[in-house]
Design a protein around this ligand. Structure first.
Ligand code: GAR
Length: 184
């Protein structure tokens, strides 16, 4: 699931196409019809769909999304820049089968603008975290992390870019580990 740019989606797909990750992306779902990730997925021949998202009825989007994932036989749901909070019902329906990537070293800097939060806190290292999604935001079991230095001249954009390069590496790595296991 992706809401925007789709660079994490693309990095994962690249690993698959290079034969380095034994997985298949059956479906790319977005909450935003204009998300660049959708066109990117379609260009790779992946079923890519936007579903209407009403923040007053999140359950309707999630029911439709969940049904599509089940019909497609997805073992895992990979959140790749999906910027909506999932309801407890959806998380329960796919317990231990939803992964997220977050651009900070969790449990530090949960929620929005984690790179700016890291700069504001004056930390010397930040990074990214792949974790299982549980009811508590950005707090599920950690599957993988990568660390980057925070440089004196960094702003949100330069730090985000340095972290993003590691996201692209570490997300595929975490999926590679899971792909060799059956979901719990
Ligand atoms: C990534 O940096 C990802 O970690 C972040 O959104 C960006 C999506 O980029 N996700 C979150 O902050 C989730 N809380 P992408 O669309 O190019 O993959």
């Amino acid at each position: 699931m992706a809401s925007g740019r789709g660079s994490n989606f693309q990095a994962i797909q690249k690993e698959i196409e290079a034969g380095k990750l034994d997985a298949e992306i059956s479906l790319l779902l977005s909450d935003r019809a204009k998300a660049p990730a959708l066109a990117m997925a379609a260009a790779h021949g992946i079923d890519a769909r936007a579903l209407p998202y009403d923040k007053n009825d999140r359950a309707a989007f999630e029911r439709a999304a969940g049904d599509l994932f089940e019909q497609a036989g997805c073992a895992y749901i990979i959140l790749a820049g999906f910027m909506r909070i999932l309801t407890p019902e959806f998380i329960d329906r796919f317990e231990n089968r939803i992964l997220n990537i977050h651009p900070s070293l969790l449990p530090s800097f949960k929620g929005l603008h984690p790179q700016q939060q890291a700069l504001d806190a004056g930390v010397k290292f930040s990074g990214c975290t792949v974790h299982l999604v549980t009811q508590e935001l950005d707090a599920g079991p950690i599957l993988a992390q990568a660390v980057v230095p925070v440089l004196a001249q960094d702003d949100e954009e330069t730090l985000s870019q340095r972290i993003l390069e590691q996201e692209h590496r570490v997300y595929a790595e975490a999926i590679r580990v899971l792909a060799n296991k059956e979901p719990a």
